[in-house]
Write a protein that binds this ligand. Structure first.
Ligand SMILES: *[C@@H]1O[C@H](CO)[C@@H](O)[C@H](O)[C@H]1NC(C)=O
Ligand SMILES: *[C@@H]1O[C@H](CO)[C@@H](O)[C@H](O)[C@H]1NC(C)=O
Ligand SMILES: *[C@@H]1O[C@H](CO)[C@@H](O)[C@H](O)[C@H]1NC(C)=O
Ligand SMILES: *[C@@H]1O[C@H](CO)[C@@H](O)[C@H](O)[C@H]1NC(C)=O
Ligand SMILES: *[C@@H]1O[C@H](CO)[C@@H](O)[C@H](O)[C@H]1NC(C)=O
Ligand SMILES: *[C@@H]1O[C@H](CO)[C@@H](O)[C@H](O)[C@H]1NC(C)=O
Ligand SMILES: *[C@@H]1O[C@H](CO)[C@@H](O)[C@H](O)[C@H]1NC(C)=O
Length: 664
């Protein structure tokens, strides 16, 4: 009977779980920005060169800087050729001064070089690879370009082109290569050879050797399709460019100078990237703008503000040139084609101005320069930029790189930027952080990176976005969306990283040369779910049976679709029990149908999507539910779950907007 009495005791002490009663009013909320969910991209962990930027050739133009001297990394001689770097009297261009000399020596037959790519190359049959290179030297004959296995030597595709090379000048050669066979893995190289017998003078000089697979939206100098599509797949609506630390540079001589990132590739010198490698700047300002255009993203454009990572601070009397430069940049992005910099953009093929409503001044100015950097920002750097930008562009929202929580009493009409890399608990604490903050902010960088109890950048970081952290992110997003009248949007950061270059703990998408390894993290699924149910307005709640916790939520509607929306997440429920929810929207009648999507995670709250197993730990359940008595939707949410309910409109939706509710 012992067992029996225990059961009775258990039944008596089990909490009487009454449902959370939520009744949503039909009016009284705030219009949303319509770009609540976005991302930050910068070239970290080879997420640009060797990542989103589709170029397959590594070290294609031997670009260098004081910090990163030119080298031949990536290049291997073929058939006894001797490779060396040269700075010729007549370089390819002012920007690309160093080239590769290929000496034939005593070799006979086909000689040349191969390139390893960024930890290999993906080779797919029937796809068109677009290549080009510049050569200087006296050569009569043909060049052979091929893609081949680095393991077996098997050639998957090759093409020949007649030489136009001349001794006295650089000539460009272009080709198309269509493999007849797919490579079984990504351990492949690109090889370029020529006939030793046709070379006069013993060697040829090469530069800007480039090979692109098909690109996203077919753009020249474009993006890797699977990565762009993985990003586009979470329905982002906001893009913060051109990154964070990357903007600032190591010193005030080497910040991310946007003028060196536009125009023909021959004119781009590259950049000593602050993440430890020379960057090509192939993915430049224009490419970022085109990415934003192709994905319908609202742009948040950051301008250099006189602070670099080594703590260089521009004195007040030397700041004006940087302000002028920022005004040029804004004109390049959004000026009419008749303006000075708008006409440069037009010449680059984009006469129509890009829409630009947000400009951010600097990046994390409270950090790199210590107290002096932050003081200078508050004392003159931000105020001077704010005044100058708004004097010329009164409709642009200027954003300071710090928030009120960094101790900045941001001068009007400036806005703030708040960054959070936290534990799951810290992400949950975000929920009401902005409830009492009158100043508008962007959440320019956000991600759960530490386990609860963890901290610091050198240890205690998770490897990939992890389920309990992702639920924490969901709750912070709910908080931001509730305050949509003062939150511009939130950007996940950083968005992608190469598995071959580990530089940052947690990113939304992982990749390698082999597209089979492209992996959407747990966070991808949560952000996707929220972003896919865009609210045009939040709606207040008439009554709540309990305060938030363990259920956190935001309610609203999509006026274009004629639907009502609930987004919620459960964290740390009592004894891990399910939380029953009873939800009604004023004016929504019994019998109304809704789609309920619930995401749950693995048994281990710290479980994640491991690219090497390919197992998705996020379980998605979707069901149609119907409003019962009083128009109430009854459902329950497990501990550590994320859910969206959206009513199915009874009438035809107004088709005013494009995908994601973005107004084109
Ligand atoms: C709308 O914004 C106002 C002003 O910030 C705020 O007081 C109110 O609570 C908001 N309404 C909702 C439903 O969030
Ligand atoms: C193939 O390439 C991958 C990725 O760079 C590498 O890890 C692996 O060692 C390579 N395999 C061989 C046999 O070289
Ligand atoms: C090709 O093989 C060489 C020698 O084993 C190795 O160093 C290089 O990383 C390989 N490259 C690729 C793309 O697999
Ligand atoms: C070549 O230069 C790059 C910097 O752009 C550096 O990352 C790499 O380690 C260098 N390689 C060698 C072999 O020195
Ligand atoms: C660059 O930084 C140095 C050292 O911090 C400073 O003396 C100099 O004035 C700065 N120059 C500019 C143009 O910002
Ligand atoms: C989780 O719940 C436990 C017990 O109710 C409580 O002590 C703890 O503070 C909660 N943690 C959070 C982050 O809410
Ligand atoms: C409920 O969620 C909390 C975190 O919010 C987690 O620590 C706990 O393990 C979960 N409880 C159960 C029984 O799953």
């Amino acid at each position: 009977m012992v067992r029996f009495s225990l059961a009775i005791v258990a039944a008596v002490i089990a909490p009487v779980v009454s449902s959370v009663q939520i009744t949503v009013k039909s009016s009284g909320g705030n219009a949303t920005t319509r770009h609540q969910y976005g991302f930050l991209h910068e070239d970290i962990s080879n997420s640009g060169d060797g990542g989103l930027y589709a170029e397959l050739i590594r070290n294609r133009a031997f670009q260098s800087s004081e910090r990163f001297p030119a080298n031949l990394s990536g290049w291997t001689p073929v058939n006894g050729a001797a490779l060396s770097l040269k700075t010729l009297d007549k370089p390819l261009s002012r920007a690309l001064k160093t080239s590769m000399n290929v000496a034939v020596g005593s070799s006979k037959g086909q000689v040349g070089f191969s390139n390893d790519g960024y930890w290999g190359m993906d080779v797919k049959k029937k796809k068109t690879y677009t290549g080009s290179f510049w050569v200087k030297g006296d050569y009569k004959g043909t060049f052979t370009a091929s893609l081949r296995s680095n393991l077996t030597g098997e050639v998957f595709g090759s093409t020949e082109l007649r030489s136009k090379a001349r001794a006295a000048e650089w000539t460009e050669h272009s080709f198309k290569l269509v493999p007849t066979k797919s490579a079984p893995n990504s351990n492949n190289t690109f090889t370029l050879t020529f006939d030793a017998a046709g070379v006069k003078g013993g060697s040829l000089d090469f530069n800007l050797i480039s090979l692109f697979p098909p690109t996203y939206k077919g753009r020249k100098n474009g993006l890797r399709i699977d990565l762009a599509e993985a990003i586009e797949g979470f329905h982002p609506t906001l893009l913060r460019i051109p990154g964070g630390n990357m903007l600032e540079g190591y010193t005030n001589k080497t910040w991310w100078d946007w003028k060196e990132t536009i125009g023909p590739l021959e004119d781009r010198p590259g950049y000593p990237n602050v993440w430890g490698y020379q960057q090509t700047n192939g993915l430049g300002l224009m490419e970022y703008l085109e990415l934003a255009e192709d994905m319908n993203l609202e742009i948040v454009l950051a301008v250099y503000a006189g602070l670099s990572l080594n703590g260089d601070i521009t004195p007040q009397d030397q700041l004006q040139p940087f302000i002028d430069d920022a005004l040029d940049q804004i004109e390049f992005v959004s000026g009419a084609p008749t303006t000075k910099w708008g006409s440069v953009r037009a010449k680059l093929g984009h006469p129509a101005p890009f829409k630009l409503r947000y400009v951010e001044v600097g990046n994390e100015d409270w950090l790199a320069g210590g107290a002096a950097g932050w003081e200078s920002y508050k004392a003159y750097r931000f105020p001077m930029f704010l005044k100058a930008i708004n004097a010329r562009y009164s409709d642009i929202q200027v954003i300071s790189s710090g928030s009120v929580f960094d101790g900045y009493d941001i001068p009007a009409p400036g806005n703030g930027d708040y960054h959070i890399y936290g534990t799951p608990d810290a992400m949950v604490d975000q929920f009401d952080l902005f409830d009492q903050t009158p100043v508008t902010h962007i959440i320019g960088e956000a991600a759960a990176v530490h386990p609860n109890g963890g901290s610091g950048w050198d240890g205690g970081l998770m490897e990939y976005p992890f389920w309990i952290g992702t639920v924490g992110e969901a709750i912070s997003l709910l908080g931001y969306e509730r305050n949509t009248d003062r939150i511009i949007g939130a950007a996940y950061a950083p968005i992608i990283r190469s598995l071959d270059r580990w530089q940052w703990a947690v990113t939304m998408i992982q990749f390698a040369a082999d597209p089979a390894l492209t992996t959407k993290s747990a966070s991808w699924y949560v952000w996707e779910l929220f972003a896919d149910h865009l609210m045009t307005h939040t709606l207040p709640v008439a009554s709540e049976s309990s305060a938030f916790n363990p259920l956190y939520y935001v309610t609203g509607k999509n006026e274009d679709k004629g639907s009502y929306i609930f987004k919620g997440a459960v964290y740390n429920s009592t004894d891990g029990a399910d939380v029953p929810v009873s939800l009604a929207f004023e004016g929504v009648k019994p019998g109304t149908k809704a789609e309920l999507t619930v995401l749950t995670g693995p048994a281990d709250p710290y479980g994640y999507n491991d690219p090497f197993t390919g197992v998705n730990v996020v379980k998605t359940t979707r069901e149609k539910i119907t409003a019962g008595k009083g128009g109430r939707f009854e459902f329950s949410m497990p501990n550590l779950s994320v859910a969206v309910l959206e009513t199915v409109p009874s009438k035809h939706p107004k088709r005013k907007t494009m995908r994601n509710g973005f107004r084109g």
